[in-house]
Design a protein around this ligand. Structure first.
Ligand SMILES: [Zn+2]
Length: 949
């Protein structure tokens, strides 16, 4: 197999030799230094033997690296290769354990000792000292998580060889003292995609222009994995197989350092840690100290070679979902960012050409420098680690008196997923059988509630346990950011619109998941039992008139989708109901026997759909709902229509948003759908689809295609758009009445009146005597007349311009949901929304806003209604906007009362717009549910019912 591959590649590269001229110079001659310069054993194959070029000259493919690992496993007893996962495309992921044969024979023992050192509840100081004395150092060196950042993977290939074949005494000693775990390429699918690009765009002469396709590659580029996920944002959310497998293994080994080798812009140099502020407050100070020690040694190694480098600068560390999640577990994370040379090298402003081989060499030397530093300091680092582990469970720690509580929910599917993610990080979770009284608790919206009763069946996570810092980092409602950072950030924003925040500033799990939670200022430790998923029942009996699953559970959407795909007629009950003593939430899904008279094996198919999803199903014997509860023949039992889904894709679209949308269909639903090149709108047959998704992007949709799309909607289509595509549609009058905020200042008053109608339509207060008075009332209080002031168009424009400089940085804002709208099935009144520089949507005319920014809070002391820009907060209310992360007060004002989700009927069809990216990182589960409702229920609930002849 291996030989065949080489033969094929050699053939394909020499194919030009008959028809093209030779290049006048070759890139392989640019960098004369030898990377592999040790005294190596002859019986171990040199890396070049697995490649069709000299080691370091070009990018090794995932297959070539796998071949080398397989061969070396047979040739050497100094490495052990562990396959820890397979990618979506079936490629293996490897952790290569390198050490002395003796250590490799004792891996399980060593691992157990590390576990003992990690749990200070069961280990004494004396035992810890003994363990530290005998433990080898453990290093995890990982590369190329972004597939087109290739040099790390090539360095890893050389490093493995350098360590296992070397006869040098120092290296042999190193292997006696250390376990070096090398993860050569963390994203083989992305690397394979980029390697293919290199093959496709390779010409005769070397190309040093970093703008050429050879260097950039094609959409969707090699950075991400199969579903275009950035794997270096997934270390906490754990949505992808690469991360799931890797984190499980890293968490067993608890390495002392974790190196993460990346690449950055080609005109840059080399960057490493330690990071600059903002740094997450849960990171142990000892690690920051050690980060400086490693950086110092690495800097010396670079100085020696005359290589330029820097530390910190843009490298911040607030978001805990990078590879540096390990820092919350006591491991030092070290980042490498090597300027990106693709394969031929890159021409730089000073006139030099930096070769690919040199970039590999930088990663190689950095790695060896870090290993040396670890070798010298391992015992002290272990001692600090042990002190940290003791602190985490101490009653004097900052974590001692806090517990996080996720309140009970019918959304079992989502809750179970949360539990899985927490358990994967060794976090201990519990539940209570009896209510627990608490004198005060912190709610997600920032309110403190006194005398709160924590209901039985809550999920309870005491912060005081071995993984305390990680628990705090991912469950605390707000990550603390230094005031000096805020000042600097604000200055930058106002000066030139730039930012020092590198990723989202809000990320806590419960808000991302849209699960109501509280923080309790005590260590809840008694009357708890380990958390377990609630039991599931599949009750599908023959004599029932229908079967139903609960609509609060996200999996109910998949249940409906998968049955419709099999041509079962399915209904949704759009109002809470009780049938045959079964409580069914709004949005519950039911299959009625009489709707499917001809269907063979209906029972089997229905039961299997529930079993495949693990969702409970009940049998219902009577369609009678008592009093005004829905009955099965009434209008609340709404027939769904089988969605036929297309996602527009390719150039112009944001690959992340395309990817998470695509992944959501495959992961949550598992039903058929088509990804279409958006150019196809103009010539394809759109009648095949009744639901078209436009992920975020700036696709080039010409006027002709636009007409086709609009007509398709009018004929009954459901068009769903996210973020930037939403901006595109909202700014175009032909796509309905939803507008961008900036377009509405002229008519601000009428938008406010619409908003007041919406708010007062939920008002429960009424004075019957006033209503029934026969005299004309001269004292009627019209909402718009009670406001203290209004702003002119000019004033609104000026405010908006200023406020637009200070938009949220991937933060959580609160939103209120219309509990009568089908798009909000499975959604609480208050829903946290991840918000950045999103289009700000205004609904008017025919359009609806099922989700609006801001939580209305009753406040009897607010005696006057108050104006925020175009809108009013009526008397008796306050408005909450910020929930977590950096939301400037100006931003809160700007987005207050705007729509996050809109829906508008157009002809026989509809347009549904999301202001942000509802499926963000596969983990914004709260908003993902809204999107799933739109995709699966849209065609049935929001468009005219189709009767076929
Ligand atoms: Zn990277």
């Amino acid at each position: 197999m291996h030989k065949t591959i080489i033969f094929f590649l050699v053939m394909s590269m020499n194919i030009h030799s008959n028809t093209l001229l030779d290049a006048t110079s070759l890139s392989k001659d640019l960098y004369p230094q030898t990377i592999l310069n040790g005294n190596y054993e002859d019986n171990i194959d040199n890396p070049s033997q697995f490649l069709d070029f000299n080691y370091g000259d070009r990018v090794a493919s995932p297959e070539q690296i796998t071949d080398a690992l397989n061969k070396w496993s047979k040739q050497s007893n100094k490495l052990k290769v562990v396959e820890y996962a397979k990618t979506h495309e079936g490629r293996p992921l490897h952790a290569v354990f390198i050490s002395s044969p003796e250590n490799l024979n004792n891996l399980d023992k060593i691992k157990n000792k590390i576990s003992e050192l990690s749990d200070a509840r069961n280990t004494s100081d004396r035992e810890a000292t003994q363990i530290i004395e005998t433990l080898p150092a453990v290093a995890w060196m990982a590369y190329s998580i972004h597939g087109n950042e290739t040099s790390g993977g090539d360095a890893a290939l050389g490093l493995i060889y350098h360590l296992i074949a070397n006869q040098d005494k120092h290296i042999l000693n190193m292997l006696d003292e250390m376990i070096i775990i090398i993860d050569p390429l963390m994203n083989p699918d992305g690397r394979a995609r980029f390697a293919k690009n290199l093959e496709q765009y390779r010409g005769t002469a070397p190309n040093y222009d970093d703008q050429s396709l050879l260097h950039t590659g094609d959409w969707p580029y090699g950075r991400t994995n199969h579903y275009y996920f950035d794997l270096n944002r997934d270390w906490l959310y754990l949505t992808q197989p690469e991360t799931q497998g890797r984190v499980a293994l890293i968490n067993q080994w608890r390495p002392q350092i974790l190196v993460d080798g990346h690449e950055m812009g080609p005109q840059d140099t080399f960057m490493t840690g330690p990071p600059r502020e903002p740094i997450n407050k849960n990171i142990d100070k000892d690690l920051i100290k050690w980060g400086n020690v490693f950086a110092q040694d690495q800097a010396s190694a670079f100085d020696e070679n005359n290589w330029r480098f820097y530390t910190g600068e843009w490298h911040e560390d607030l978001y805990p979902g990078y590879s540096f999640y390990v820092q919350f577990r006591g491991t030092l994370g070290i980042l490498y960012e090597q300027s990106r040379m693709a394969e031929d090298g890159v021409k730089r402003p000073e006139g030099t050409i930096q070769s690919y081989k040199e970039s590999v060499h930088h990663q190689f030397v950095s790695t060896l420098a870090n290993l040396e530093t670890l070798l010298d300091n391992s015992k002290s680092i272990y001692q600090d680690y042990w002190d940290g582990r003791k602190y985490n469970i101490s009653k004097d720690s900052i974590y001692a008196d806090t517990s996080f509580v996720v309140l009970p929910t019918n959304n079992k599917g989502r809750l179970n997923t949360l539990a899985t993610k927490l358990k994967a990080q060794d976090i201990e979770i519990y539940q209570n059988d009896k209510p627990i009284n608490s004198s005060n608790v912190l709610r997600q919206n920032g309110d403190i509630e006194k005398d709160f009763v924590i209901p039985a069946g809550s999920m309870i996570i005491p912060n005081r346990q071995p993984e305390a810092p990680l628990i705090s980092a991912i469950l605390e409602f707000d990550a603390d950011i230094n005031e000096s950072v805020l000042i600097k950030e604000r200055q930058k924003r106002l000066r030139n619109g730039s930012s020092i925040m590198y990723d989202t500033t809000a990320f806590n799990f419960t808000m991302m998941y849209g699960l109501p939670a509280i923080t309790v200022p005590v260590n809840i430790s008694s009357n708890l039992k380990p958390w377990a998923p609630s039991s599931v029942t599949y009750d599908v009996t023959e004599d029932a008139v229908m079967w139903a699953v609960d609509g609060d559970d996200d999996r109910s959407v998949a249940f409906a989708a998968r049955l419709m795909e099999q041509d079962v007629q399915v209904r949704v009950i759009d109002k809470q109901s009780i049938l045959s003593n079964h409580n069914l939430s709004r949005g519950s899904i039911t299959v009625i026997k009489m709707d499917n008279p001809q269907y063979k094996d209906l029972l089997t198919v229905v039961r299997k759909a529930a079993e495949d999803l693990g969702i409970s199903i009940v049998s219902i014997e009577s369609g009678f709902g008592a009093e005004d509860l829905p009955d099965w023949g009434g209008r609340h039992f709404r027939l769904l229509n089988k969605p036929q889904i297309a996602i527009l894709s390719h150039e112009g679209f944001n690959s992340y948003d395309v990817g998470t949308s695509w992944w959501s269909l495959d992961h949550h639903l598992g039903i058929r759908h088509s990804q279409l090149n958006s150019a196809l709108i103009s010539y394809g047959d759109l009648r095949r689809y009744n639901t078209i998704i436009l992920p975020s992007g700036t696709p080039d949709i010409n006027n002709y295609s636009k007409e086709i799309l609009i007509n398709w909607v009018k004929q009954g289509g459901t068009l769903i758009a996210n973020n930037r595509s939403t901006r595109l549609l909202a700014s175009d009058n032909e796509f309905g009445d939803v507008k961008l905020l900036q377009q509405t200042f002229e008519d601000a008053k009428s938008y406010n009146i619409d908003l007041m109608r919406e708010i007062y339509s939920l008002d429960n207060n009424l004075n019957k005597n006033d209503v029934n008075s026969n005299r004309v009332n001269f004292e009627i209080n019209y909402p718009w007349e009670s406001s203290d002031k209004t702003y002119t168009k000019d004033q609104l424009e000026m405010r908006d311009k200023w406020q637009s400089l200070l938009m949220p940085s991937g933060s959580m804002v609160s939103a209120r949901s219309d509990q009568q709208h089908w798009l909000t099935f499975g959604t609480e009144d208050l829903i946290p929304i991840l918000y950045a520089n999103n289009p700000i949507l205004m609904t008017g005319g025919n359009s609806e806003a099922p989700i609006r920014i801001g939580e209305l809070i009753q406040n009897d002391e607010a005696a006057e209604s108050r104006m925020i820009n175009w809108s009013q907060v009526p008397k008796g209310y306050d408005l909450n906007v910020r929930m977590s992360g950096l939301v400037w007060p100006e931003a809160s004002q700007r987005i207050a009362n705007s729509a996050y989700l809109t829906r508008e009927k157009i002809g026989k069809g509809q347009i549904i717009l999301f202001s942000g990216e509802p499926n963000f990182r596969g983990s914004a589960r709260g908003t993902n549910r809204l999107w799933l409702n739109a995709v699966i229920y849209g065609s049935g609930l929001g468009t005219n019912t189709l009767v076929t002849q």
